[in-house]
Design a protein around this ligand. Sequence first.
Ligand code: ADP
Ligand code: MG
Length: 466
Amino acid sequence: MFNQYPISDEIIKALEEMGYTTPTEVQAQTIEKILNSEDLIVNAKTGSGKTAAFGVPIIEKIEKKGKAPKALVMTPTRELAIQVAKELEQISKFKKIVCYTVYGQHNIETEIKNLDKGVDIIIGTPGRLLDHLERETFNPTKIDYVVLDEADRMLDMGFIDQVSMILKQMPKERNTYLFSATMPFEVRSIAWEYMKEPDTIEISSDTKTVDIIEQQYVKLERHEKRIYLDRFLALYQPQGCIVFCNTRRCVDMVLEFLKQNKYKADALHGAISQARRTKTIEAFKNGKFNILVATDVAARGIHVDNLDLVINYDVPIDHDNYVHRVGRTGRAGKGGKAISFVTGEDLMTLYEIEEHIGVMIPEGELPSYSKAHRKSKQVAKKTMQKKLPRFEDEEVKKTRVVKGTARKPERMPKPAKKTKQKATVKTDQVPTNKVSAAKTAEIIQNYKANKTKKSFWQRLKAIIKR
Ligand code: ADP
Ligand code: MG
């Protein structure tokens, strides 16, 4: 219960309204320490409730006096800044703390005016925050608390220098909190440079949220991706689904395909204007459409209730992004599925991801058209025949002509025993089926030495069985 902490009734009441009755593990471990003014490095997976973990104690401690901000929260993206601000506003609803968000593409004049009116918590992306510091429109002298949210992503996005420049301008007498789902070495070292003997809190990943995500990968050819995207959507009928692509072009293409096929879908990527991105996220959260096609940057940290399916249309190149993508589903204890589309070229990347998360992701079955659409009541029988060819790429059509028969249900890899087992994202537990590093190196070497895909997997499976 939140009332076990020395937190004012105003905040407890707000948390009740938000439906937060019991603190999540990360909240249970951080709230008191932040209340006691300790610097913290918190490593907890995505979806574990990190925002309230710093939001609750900081809002409790902030004193509303003067115009200058008392707390600063840095986030790597605009979307995340807006999301964090929303949560902080909810928590501080009765305490009437003023939260304000600054980010690139936002009108700077408006921002300046609002900052001038007085702000208690400033939330923003590093570039824009620096801009305000340089213009002296953000007065940092009263800052007591600094939060680096999703610090690993700030590193990835090349913000670390800007973050350091901002930290250097903050008052020495302050507390700094670093929150991250993964903790690359560079982030840790930055932390040590700018923090006062921080305590490190690592939340082991075997707690609910990510564990209940059922992960699988399917092997397919590049030109089959669209067909199977349609089939998995038909099969699982997700209430909410994010389809991740590696490039903007791919996002646009997939969106067009989904729209053509009458799915309720929209897209997010860096080239879409901020105003539209914000609207899109709102509409997605409100269930106006149920399939969001996005790149990593645009979807970072976004959480939506009822997101029950994540599809990696492309395998993420950055291994941490796998964790972040998959973590979009299974939020706050709800189950979810994650499917990765893996082509021959992606096999090594997938393998590296498995190494990274320390778990074997089981191979799933490619659903046949009839299996996929049996469930889909909306797809009326008569449209079934018409619909199929439209999903297919030219190449697939050609294959069909060559074979001279209707396309058989695609290869149905025998559902290996593994298929049933649940894979989970665990960062700090060594699962029993993990292959030793030496063996891994050996397998990779053999694989690189032109062994066939098949023999690679056979060897891998054989080794795991041992
Ligand atoms: P993270 O930053 O660790 O990825 P968030 O702070 O975004 O996680 O929270 C993830 C989800 O869990 C959000 O939907 C949030 O509203 C919800 N949540 C957070 N804390 C609680 C709580 N104590 N009780 C119920 N839901 C919570
Ligand atoms: Mg977060």
